[in-house]
Design a protein around this ligand. Sequence first.
Ligand SMILES: NC(=O)c1ccc[n+]([C@@H]2O[C@H](COP(=O)([O-])OP(=O)(O)OC[C@H]3O[C@@H](n4cnc5c(N)ncnc54)[C@H](O)[C@@H]3O)[C@@H](O)[C@H]2O)c1
Length: 420
Amino acid sequence: MGDTSLRISVIGLGKLGSPMIAVFASKGYHVIGLDVNKEFVDALERGEAPVSEPQLQELIIQYKANIEVTICYEKAISETDMTMIIVPTPSDPNTGFFSNDYVLSAIKAIGEVIKSCNKYHQVVVTSTVMPGSMDGIIRDTLESSSGRKVGCQDNEIGLAYNPEFIALGQVIRDMLNPDFILIGESDKHIGDALEALYLKTAAKRPLPFHRMNFVNVEITEISINTYVTTKITYANMLSELCENLPGADADIVSAAVGSDSRVGNKYLKGALAYGGPCFPRDNRAFAALAKSVFANALLAEATDQLNNYQIERLLRICGQIAEFSFGDVPQIKLKVGILGLSYKPDTPVVECSVACALANKLICNFDVFAYDSLAMPSASQMCDKRVQMRRILVAGGAGFIGSHLACRLLEDGHDVICDD
Ligand SMILES: NC(=O)c1ccc[n+]([C@@H]2O[C@H](COP(=O)([O-])OP(=O)(O)OC[C@H]3O[C@@H](n4cnc5c(N)ncnc54)[C@H](O)[C@@H]3O)[C@@H](O)[C@H]2O)c1
């Protein structure tokens, strides 16, 4: 189906689901979004983005006519042909595995509506799930709740696993410009339908499709993030090595290393540890999965350990700077400013934020001031109460640019501290 007559429902209107309905709507599809959180549904009903993401509000306003929202599964499923499920799959901190509870609750509700409707329906899981889930508990729950078999006949149901590779802060850009599309399919019919949908929504040509069985997609999904975390950690390891060698410059070395086409420059720059809702947990899930099937997960485990070590490393550097600069005046409690509290720019998300973790450790020995234009409210829940928010620290505030910047920030109503 290459035209826009495919009627799509999206279950879960959070950080990915809301951008997804906006993207489909912007390409001419009529979309029904459903969430159990009525506040999100009400916000969208008013034409307001329920989450913060660049371009989202603009798209919702512009394509509101193509978007319907509801809390009713009956409406969302009976009035559409294909349903995307994009609900949370939180990690179990003890096992490292993702929980399928929210996905199964959505699948059960969808299955019950399908049971009462006499039509073929396609169910696409976009949430990240553990390998083995799609062909196991998810297929079983869909079949038992709907009373139908997964397959491609008229009285059956199509089932696909189609994870998105997006980064918060650029979700819409990434959805419109995917590097490739990964589809795990119960049958050719649903794979073809997804392929046609992406050919309509994605700008990239040629657009590589990787269509395969469920377990291969499940493994690919967590393997990509595990590879990226390994690369980031390699860059940080290289960065510390250079830091400790007189004359060495990590940026120069890593830029040269990345020029080798076998390596590549993406994610190869010494910086903070990785954080956020995906990288740490996908890496741990990979290690947990490998262990569960008696495969050696040493590399993924070492990456996790070395990533946690980066916070200690930064703390040590702060301590060394303090000692070097003010070691002879021990009565002074030094101030440290942290610019940016979310785990990455352009998002208010502070889940596994390295900046928050760092602030909470620094506060034992320093006065800590932190600023983030988007993440301050969520960060204040994560950070020690002594971490002072809502101020901007201008390092070099007495200089020409620093002083003008400070004045401008004051004019804009910010609380500014200058340090020079
Ligand atoms: N955030 C990311 O960067 C990212 C990237 C790739 C993949 N993912 C995966 O996408 C999935 C969703 O992530 P997110 O960040 O959008 O989550 P989110 O928490 O921002 O949004 C999930 C939404 O689902 C709703 N929900 C929960 N149970 C429901 C149910 N039974 N029926 C209807 N709605 C329900 C919640 O109310 C919430 O609004 C997760 O599996 C995550 O691993 C996330």
